[in-house]
Ligand binder design. Structure first.
Ligand code: CTP
Ligand code: CA
Length: 238
């Protein structure tokens, strides 16, 4: 739709997106995961490409096809996702973490299939996974690099899925993970959440009142999010 490529709002920028669930192995045949389909993250990656960015998509296991023209890196576990993102973060101007990352993994992956015989119960010990968004927040370049002729401030956007106390929990994630923007959705809202083509979100930015948005298609929401992140990025350069 944009005839003049110089008007593309993300031209010249590297955008890094995470999407989808993670899988945490329990034994050779079983894993822990969640209901994420990757739709929101893939919509963001595609829209960022259409807005002129060079896009890298780090995706957990999904049924979606790799978007054309997007460098797609497929990963399985949260640790894999951390490794893929941490290796690429330094190069990203705008990073958006839409993945539903498993918070815990098995302390020990059983080398053989866990057998049911002789057990009435099964206890699994889980240990926490690295928080990729929090890691990025503590490593991002906030302003321009002093004295550099290549000032490259970084903008970081997280997501939050909540089932209660949406704004309170999301505000805490925004500040603790040093995000420039956090997109929060309540799983209980009609049209929000997993496997839908729509979403109902509240947008949070530091120092501003939470902004509840109406029900939107995920593609339109992706445009809105990226448009705002482009402005935040431009303001850091100014
Ligand atoms: N996230 C991440 N790495 C993790 C866990 C979460 O990068 N190990 C990111 C998600 O991609 C999302 C944001 O952090 O952008 C918030 O994820 P969410 O699961 O809502 O919050 P948590 O901080 O994990 O807290 P909780 O699950 O307890 O609500
Ligand atoms: Ca979590």
């Amino acid at each position: 739709a944009n005839a003049d490529p110089s008007t593309l709002p993300l031209k010249g920028l590297n955008v890094l997106v995470t999407a989808g669930p993670t899988q945490e192995s329990l034994d050779p045949v079983r894993y822990l995961t969640n209901h994420s389909t990757g739709k929101m993250g893939y919509a963001i990656a595609e829209k960022a490409r259409d807005m002129g960015a060079a896009v890298t998509l780090v995706s957990g296991p999904t049924a979606l096809e790799a978007p054309e023209g997007v460098d797609t890196v497929r990963v399985t576990s949260a640790q894999d996702m951390f490794d893929a993102v941490s290796a690429r973060f330094e190069n990203a101007d705008i990073t958006i973490m839409a993945a539903a990352v498993g918070d815990f993994r098995a302390e020990n992956i059983h080398p053989q299939k866990i057998k049911k015989q002789g057990r009435d119960t099964l206890e699994l010990k889980l240990v926490s996974n690295p928080d990729i968004l929090a890691w990025a927040g503590s490593h991002k370049r906030d302003g321009v690099i002093a004295g550099s002729d290549d000032p490259r401030p970084q903008v970081l956007c997280g997501f939050a899925m909540e089932t209660e106390h949406l704004v309170e929990h999301a505000e805490q994630k925004l500040s603790e993970k040093h995000c420039d923007m956090l997109v929060a959705n309540n799983l209980n809202d009609r049209g929000a959440g997993f496997a839908t083509d729509t979403n109902v979100v509240t947008v949070l930015t530091p120092g501003a009142a939470p902004e509840p948005l109406t029900l939107m298609g995920k593609a339109d929401l992706a445009s809105l999010i990226l448009g705002r992140l482009a402005v935040i990025h431009a303001n850091k350069l100014a």
